[in-house]
Write a new protein. Structure first.
Length: 278
């Protein structure tokens, strides 16, 4: 039989999701845990390859398992073998032929950006232009199969922390990070709306800036016909971890902001001559 699991993880300590030789990745840790409890002996499929520093609340994997061992693949059994920053929190019996990657109807990401002073309405106006089907070549490091459909792009803000929620039928490499990077340029006034509009014309070959990886979270992946069984305790732990990410980002950003403010209000001192050092 085939089992699907939902995973949550903090990406800070891993070299991305995908297995890489001699590097610690989310894939390698999950594979190790499943092997220890004897429920997997081959490969598994995953919904999306997240880069180094990217976190997830709703990554999905699927794998074949002997029917008499199905209970061992449930979240609490698997979590006991995983590092503290990786959790499974839901499982489902998947149909024959199911693929976590190829059967996904949509994926949803969230990006957290602390940048007080951005003009939210300007960014929302620009975000509206991305809804629907477009060629996102200028919003990606990939240059093939670049036409995607963005179904949702919402921007909220609280005390300088901007939250970008974006759902699409598929994403290109670095697509979310480049969308956020471009929206930030518009919101800060560094770029005009005409520049942003040009990004939707791939023939102009404009590149969008790429936001850092550590603000990105894979929130969920949508499928038809899967009956997810949720382990509420494990899901609560995953949510606590997500809240911790937000609090950590805000705390670090507020410290940086305080330092910046203090430095900008400090009275300028005349430059020292080299003789002052002796």
């Amino acid at each position: 039989m085939k089992i699907a699991l939902k995973l949550a993880y903090l990406g800070d300590n891993y070299y991305g999701f995908q297995r890489q030789p001699d590097l610690v990745t989310v894939d390698s840790e999950v594979r190790k845990a499943l092997s220890k409890i004897g429920v997997i002996h081959g490969d598994f499929c995953y919904a999306g390859r997240t880069d180094r520093g990217v976190s997830a609340l709703g990554q999905v994997i699927d794998f074949w398992i002997d029917e008499d061992k199905a209970k061992l693949a449930r979240p609490r059994c698997v979590n006991g073998r995983l590092p503290r920053d990786i959790w499974t929190w839901a499982w489902a019996v998947a149909p024959i032929g199911f693929s976590a990657r190829w059967n996904a109807k949509w994926r949803e990401y969230r990006y957290l950006l602390w940048h007080p002073g951005l003009e939210a309405e300007k960014m929302r106006a620009a975000a509206e232009l991305l809804l629907g089907e477009h060629d996102f070549r200028n919003f990606s490091s990939a240059k093939v199969d670049t036409v995607k459909t963005v179904q949702k792009l919402e921007i909220s803000e609280e005390r300088g922390l901007f939250v970008f929620d974006i759902r699409a039928n598929g994403f290109l490499w670095n697509m979310v990070r480049k969308i956020v990077g471009a929206l930030e340029k518009v919101g800060s006034g560094q770029k005009e709306m005409s520049w942003f509009c040009d990004l939707l014309h791939p023939e102009l070959n404009h590149g969008a800036p790429t936001a850092p990886a550590d603000g990105l979270i894979l929130m969920d992946v949508g499928y038809d016909g899967l009956d997810w069984q949720v382990d509420e305790y494990s899901r609560a732990r995953a949510k606590e971890a997500l809240v911790a990410i937000v609090q950590s980002r805000m705390a670090k950003a507020m410290v940086a902001r305080a330092i910046e403010k203090a430095m900008s209000t400090e009275k300028a001192q005349p430059p020292h001559s080299s003789s002052d050092c002796f």
